[in-house]
Design a protein around this ligand. Structure first.
Ligand SMILES: [Mg+2]
Length: 102
């Protein structure tokens, strides 16, 4: 790098599943593997219920833990589960701070 932007040695990433991971699973699988190789932590944080996990990509589930928020706002739910997210990757950032309409 040619500037003074600091490079973080460890980041907790939250990767959304529906309409984020599912847009290009192969791309995200490569990204997850690379992130893990570099020492970062990646967890899927989804508004799905746990029983809805059966339809999720098993290749991804072999690599990372999934936090199922059951339609609850993601940020507070993840924090209560002990996962302090540094970077969110999500097609619906409103769901990070707000519950889904039921
Ligand atoms: Mg989504």
């Amino acid at each position: 790098m040619t500037n003074n932007t600091p490079v973080w040695t460890h980041t907790n990433f939250a990767l959304d599943y529906d309409d984020t991971y599912t847009r290009d699973p192969d791309l995200w699988l490569d990204w997850v593997k690379r992130a893990l190789e570099k020492g970062h932590t990646v967890k899927v944080v989804t508004m799905r219920y746990q029983y809805e996990g059966v339809t999720m990509d098993s290749r991804l589930l072999e690599l990372v833990e999934v936090i199922f928020t059951e339609r609850k706002a993601k940020r507070i739910f993840a924090k209560l589960k002990g996962y302090n997210v540094d970077v969110w990757i999500d097609d619906r950032p409103d769901f990070i701070v707000g519950d889904a309409l039921l």
